[in-house]
Design a binder for this molecule. Structure first.
Ligand code: F6P
Length: 322
């Protein structure tokens, strides 16, 4: 049953962090409102620009980035931000204690087809003794995150949030403009018969992933001796939400389609926050070879391979990579 427990109130979480989360949610509510207005708000379609990743920017990518960026930088709580839509970090308040990495609108190719998109965020503290605002202060492993989450803009808008003590799910009540607590503890089942991968890249994967997926597809006629179903939303936020809701394995593995770009997903504002959520819900998040949250980042837009979800299934996949 839904309960009015605003993100605002949690006795175990630092008040400044709660204030930061509520500030961030104010921008997400605005994004949610504009998304639901859709075509009527005149915000669909592309801009003429590309982001640092070389992807065409959608109008809503730009609007969402601006909304989140402005509200965070003006909050007084944030030393600097790193966004998918910004080439470099952007400085905020010199006394701000927090660093926020975010993907303002993940899965933006879904915008024009009125399908799932989301905002992903990761929050760390400025390392002790570091002054000013530098990229170096962001280069901390995912284990340094103090909070992470995503807002899924779907038929309803939901916030999945961790502050290191499990994962809570909130649903936006549009009648009062507040996120209400609808699941106190999201837990990923240990086993699953559902996988998510972009099958069109099959011939470009490493042999380990080729073999693992081939065995899933063989179902009861192969060594797994059970049938698997496949789902692919093409927005990580939607696929991870499904995994958190009913289990599953999601992977965007290494591929050699473009040897200069063997990985698709970004470490700091996609893999790390999702890894934190998945681990807090009892699952595993790996690159296939190492725990995502232990990677020492070398730059803010770094990319990684991702294999995450139900514990036993991810472990089975990792066996193929040994
Ligand atoms: O951020 C990249 C992203 O939009 C993810 O959300 C999603 O999993 C992936 O790209 C889908 O990309 P593609 O359709 O190219 O496989």
């Amino acid at each position: 049953m839904q309960r009015f427990v605003p993100v605002l109130r949690d006795d175990n979480v630092d008040l400044e962090l709660i204030s930061l989360l509520n500030t961030l949610m104010a921008a997400c509510k605005e994004i949610s409102f504009r998304l639901h207005q859709g075509e009527l708000a005149g915000i669909l379609g592309s801009t003429l620009d590309e982001n640092i990743q070389g992807e065409t920017q959608k109008k809503l990518d730009v609007i969402s980035n601006q909304l989140i960026k402005d509200i965070l930088l003006e909050s007084g709580l944030v030393r600097a931000i790193a966004s998918e839509e910004e080439d470099t970090i952007v400085a905020g308040s010199p006394s701000g204690r927090y660093l926020v990495c975010f993907d303002p609108l993940d899965g933006s190719s879904n915008i024009d087809i009125n399908s799932l998109v989301g905002t992903i965020f990761s929050i760390m503290e400025v390392p002790e003794g570091m002054e000013g605002a530098t990229e170096e202060m962001f280069l901390q492993p995912g284990t340094a995150q103090v909070s992470a989450g995503y807002v899924l803009y779907g038929p309803s808008t939901q916030l999945a949030l961790t502050t290191g003590d499990g994962v809570k799910l909130f649903t936006l009540d549009n009648t009062i403009g507040e996120f209400l607590l609808t699941n106190e503890k999201m837990t990923i089942s240990e086993d699953t018969q559902e996988f998510a991968i972009n099958m069109s890249n099959q011939r470009f994967w490493e042999p380990a992933m080729q073999q693992y997926i081939a065995d899933l597809l063989a179902g009861t006629t192969g060594k797994r001796d059970k049938n698997f179903n496949m789902r692919w939303i093409a927005a990580m936020v939607g696929d991870v939400h499904r995994v958190l809701s009913r289990g599953g394995i999601f992977t965007y593995p290494t591929d050699n389609k473009n040897p200069a770009k063997p990985h698709k997903l970004r470490l700091m504002y996609e893999a790390n926050p999702m890894g934190f959520l998945v681990e807090q819900a009892g699952g595993i998040a790996s690159t296939g070879y190492e725990r995502i949250m232990e990677i020492e980042p070398s730059e803010i837009h770094q990319r990684v391979a991702v294999v995450l979800g139900s514990k036993n299934e991810v472990n089975t996949c990792l066996e193929y990579h040994k």
